[in-house]
Ligand binder design. Structure first.
Ligand SMILES: [Cu+2]
Length: 301
C-alpha cells in the first residue's frame, strides 16, 4: 500500500494510522464514560456513598485488551522497522556526507553531486556520515530520517516510485548555517540516470571543474556565487575587490588579489573579512585544484 512517492512512506503511514485510530477510539470511549458517570452517579441521585467490591471479570478484561493492543502495536512497529532497516541485496549504495553546511552525495563510481539523483524503481541504500558535527538527513516525502554522525556510518534505504523532486532537510541543529542545509532527491527514469551516471568528468570545461570543486569541498555551503550574503562573503566579484580585513584585532584595507585568495583558502584564519566569524575550516587542495578554484574565482564577475 502506498501513501507517498516512496516505498517507505506507505509503510510508516500504516503504523501511524493504526496507532492514531486506537488512540482516537479510546479518547472517545473514556470521554463518553466520564460524561455518562458524571450524570448517572452525581450527588443528587446518589446522596450516600456505596462500597464497591472488585470484579474478577472486569480485572481480566482490562488486562487482556490493553496487552493485546500493545502487542499488536509492537508487531506493526517491528515489522516496519525491520523492513526499513534491511535493504534488498540489489540496492544501489550512495554515500551521504553531511558537513557545515551542505550535503554531498558520492556514488560507487566516484561521481559526486550536491543533489541525490536516483533512478525510479531502483532500491537505494544510503550510507550516512558527517565531516564535522552531527547532522540529520530527512526526506519528509519518504518519511525517513537518520542521523549523520562523524566517525561512524548509519544506514537508510528507499525506492522512489514516481519521478519528481523531493526536499531534503537537516533536522539536527548544526550551527548558524543549519537552515541552509537543504537539497533534493531527484528521481529520474532509469535511462536518464544511467546517462548522467557515466558522464565523463574529463569532458568538462575549466569553469565547470572549478564549480564542481567548490561544490565537492563544501565551499558553497557558506559562500554564494550569485551575490547572496550567507555565513561567508559572496564569491561573486570577490577577485580584486577592496575589502576590510581584521588581523590581530586591527582593521586594514587590502585588495583581494590572487595571493590573498590562495592564502584565505589554505589558511582561513588569516585576514578574515570584517563582519564575518573565523569559522571556515582549512580546506586541503592539491596545487592543481587550488589553481582551478582560483581561476574560477577570478572569472566570477
Ligand atoms: Cu546539519
Amino acid at each position: 500500500m502506498f501513501f507517498g512517492p516512496s516505498n517507505t512512506s506507505g509503510k510508516i503511514e500504516v503504523s501511524f494510522l493504526i496507532l492514531t485510530g486506537i488512540s482516537v477510539l479510546f479518547l472517545v470511549l473514556v470521554t463518553f464514560f466520564i460524561i455518562l458517570f458524571l450524570i448517572k452517579y452525581n450527588k443528587k441521585r446518589h446522596p450516600r456513598a456505596q462500597e464497591v467490591r472488585e470484579s474478577l471479570l472486569l480485572e481480566i478484561v482490562w488486562t487482556v485488551i490493553p496487552t493485546a493492543l500493545v502487542l499488536a502495536l509492537f508487531y506493526f512497529g517491528w515489522k516496519d522497522f525491520d523492513y526499513i532497516r534491511n535493504p534488498p541485496k540489489n540496492a544501489m549504495p550512495v554515500t551521504v556526507i553531511g558537513r557545515q553546511w551542505s550535503w554531498l552525495f558520492e556514488y560507487e563510481n566516484g561521481r559526486e553531486s550536491d543533489v541525490l539523483r536516483v533512478p525510479v524503481g531502483k532500491p537505494i541504500r544510503l550510507i550516512l556520515t558527517s565531516k564535522d558535527v552531527i547532522h540529520s538527513f530527512f526526506v519528509p516525502a519518504f518519511q525517513i530520517k537518520e542521523d549523520c554522525v562523524p566517525g561512524m556510518e548509519t544506514h537508510l534505504w528507499f525506492t522512489v516510485n514516481e519521478t519528481g523532486s523531493y526536499d531534503i532537510f537537516c533536522t539536527e541543529y548544526c550551527g548558524v548555517g543549519h537552515s541552509h542545509m537543504r537539497s533534493k532527491v531527484v528521481a529520474v527514469p532509469p535511462a536518464e540516470f544511467a546517462a548522467w551516471y557515466v558522464a565523463k568528468a574529463a569532458a568538462q570545461k575549466p569553469e565547470e571543474r572549478g564549480l564542481k570543486l567548490l561544490l565537492a569541498k563544501g565551499c558553497l555551503g557558506c559562500h554564494s556565487i550569485d551575490g547572496t550574503q550567507r555565513e561567508g562573503p559572496t564569491l561573486k566579484g570577490l577577485y580584486n575587490r577592496r575589502v576590510t580585513v581584521r588581523e590581530n584585532g586591527k582593521e586594514k584595507k587590502i585588495v583581494a588579489d590572487e595571493a590573498y585568495l590562495r592564502t584565505s583558502i589554505l589558511k582561513p584564519a588569516f585576514d578574515v573579512v570584517k563582519g564575518y566569524q573565523p569559522i571556515m575550516p582549512a580546506t586541503p587542495l592539491t596545487p592543481e585544484e587550488l589553481q582551478t578554484v582560483v581561476d574560477y574565482l577570478k572569472g566570477l564577475k
